[in-house]
Design a protein around this ligand. Structure first.
Ligand code: CP
Length: 327
C-alpha cells in the first residue's frame, strides 16, 4: 500500500513568503489564484511576441528527475530558459548517485556550486519536502513525488479548467482511473477544493480507489456512467502499472470497457464537458483516441499551460519582489 501522508516541509521562507512548492494542500485561495493570474499574464505576453522575459536571469535552476518525465521536465526547462535563467538537467543515471552518494549530499554539492532552485521528481513520497528542509537557502519545487503530490500539474489543470469554463467555482468534476497511485489526483483535488469546485467524484475499480480518509469531501464511486451524470469536467488518469506489482494481471481490455472514456460514455456528461488527461496517455486503455483528439479535449492545452504555470512558479519563488508577484 503506498504511503500518502509524508512530511511536506515548510513551504514558507523566513520572510513569510512562499519559498518552496511541495504541495497545493494548505495553500490559500488568494495565492493559488495569483499564480493562475500570473501564468495567464505571462502567456499573453509570450503570445504577443515576447520570445524571452528575463525575469530571473541571475538564477540557476537544476532539475533532478529520479523518475521518467516528458512534459514536466521539458516544460520546466523551457520555462527557465524563457525567463533567462541558467538551467541544468542533472543526469541522475550518470552521476555519483551510482557511486553511493545520497540525495542530501548530492543537493549540498550542487548548492555549493551556486544552485538557487532544485526541481525534483522522485518515486518516494515526501522526498522533495524532506530535501527542502535540508537546503541552505535554495528553493525546492516538487515535480512529482510517489503518489503524494504534483503541484505544478495541479495548477496547470486549474488554469486549463478556468480558461475553458470561465470559472472553477461550482463545477462538477469527475476524476477517473488509477486514483490510488496518482499524485495528480491528490494535487487536483486540493486545488479544486481550494478554488470552490462544487462536487468531486473519484471513480475507478475498487482496487484502484484510495482510502476515503485521504479524500474528505469527495464522493468515491465505482460506477463511471453514473459519476459522469452532470459532469462539467472529466479528468482521466493513466494506469500506473509501474506502481502496482500486486495488479500485474489487470486486463486492459476489460478495464477499457468499464472505465475507458469513449464517445458514448462521454455523452452521459454535460454536452460541453471538458475532457482532460495529465499524460502520458494510453489510448484504448483509459481513453479512446477520438475522444482524446476530439473537440471537448483540452489535453494539449494542459501541456501548453504547463510552460506558463511553471514560469509563474519560478518567478514567484525566485524573482525579485519588484515584479509584484512574490506572495
Ligand atoms: N503529467 C506529467 O507529469 O507528465 P510527465 O510524467 O511526462 O512529466
Amino acid at each position: 500500500m503506498p504511503r500518502t501522508e509524508p512530511a511536506t516541509g515548510a513551504q514558507l521562507g523566513p520572510d513569510g513568503r512562499l519559498h518552496h512548492l511541495i504541495t497545493l494542500e494548505g495553500l490559500d485561495r488568494r495565492l493559488v489564484e495569483t499564480l493562475l493570474d500570473f501564468a495567464a499574464d505571462l502567456r499573453e505576453r509570450c503570445r504577443a511576441g515576447a520570445r524571452r522575459l528575463p525575469l530571473i536571469e541571475d538564477r540557476t535552476i537544476i532539475s533532478l528527475f529520479y523518475e521518467p518525465s516528458t512534459r514536466t521536465r521539458v516544460s520546466f526547462e523551457l520555462a527557465a530558459r524563457r525567463l533567462g535563467a541558467q538551467q541544468v538537467n542533472f543526469d541522475v543515471a550518470n552521476s555519483s548517485v551510482n557511486k553511493g552518494e545520497n540525495m542530501s549530499d548530492t543537493l549540498a554539492t550542487l548548492e555549493a556550486m551556486g544552485c538557487d532552485a532544485f526541481v525534483i521528481r522522485h518515486g518516494e513520497n515526501g522526498m522533495p519536502g524532506n530535501l527542502a528542509g535540508l537546503t541552505r537557502g535554495a528553493t525546492v519545487i516538487n515535480a512529482g513525488d510517489g503518489n503524494h503530490a504534483h503541484p505544478t500539474q495541479g495548477l496547470l489543470d486549474l488554469l486549463t479548467i478556468r480558461d475553458r469554463k470561465g470559472r472553477i467555482e461550482g463545477l462538477n468534476i469527475v476524476i477517473c482511473g488509477d486514483i490510488r497511485h496518482s499524485r495528480v489526483a491528490r494535487s487536483d483535488v486540493h486545488g479544486l477544493h481550494t478554488c470552490g469546485a462544487a462536487r468531486i467524484h473519484l471513480c475507478g475499480p475498487p482496487e484502484l480507489l484510495p482510502e476515503p480518509s485521504g479524500f474528505p469531501d469527495c464522493a468515491i464511486v465505482e460506477d463511471f456512467d453514473s459519476a459522469l451524470d452532470g459532469a462539467d469536467v472529466v479528468i482521466m488518469l493513466r494506469l500506473q502499472m509501474e506502481r502496482m506489482q500486486h495488479l500485474s494481471g489487470l486486463n486492459t481490455d476489460v478495464y477499457f470497457r468499464r472505465y475507458g472514456l469513449n464517445s458514448e460514455r462521454l455523452a452521459h456528461a454535460r454536452p460541453d464537458a471538458l475532457v482532460m488527461h495529465p499524460g502520458p496517455m494510453n489510448r484504448g486503455v483509459e481513453i479512446a483516441a477520438d475522444v482524446a483528439d476530439g473537440p471537448q479535449s483540452a489535453i494539449l492545452d494542459q501541456v501548453s499551460n504547463g510552460i506558463f504555470v511553471r514560469m509563474a512558479v519560478l518567478v514567484t519563488l525566485l524573482g525579485n519582489s519588484a515584479y509584484g508577484h512574490r506572495v
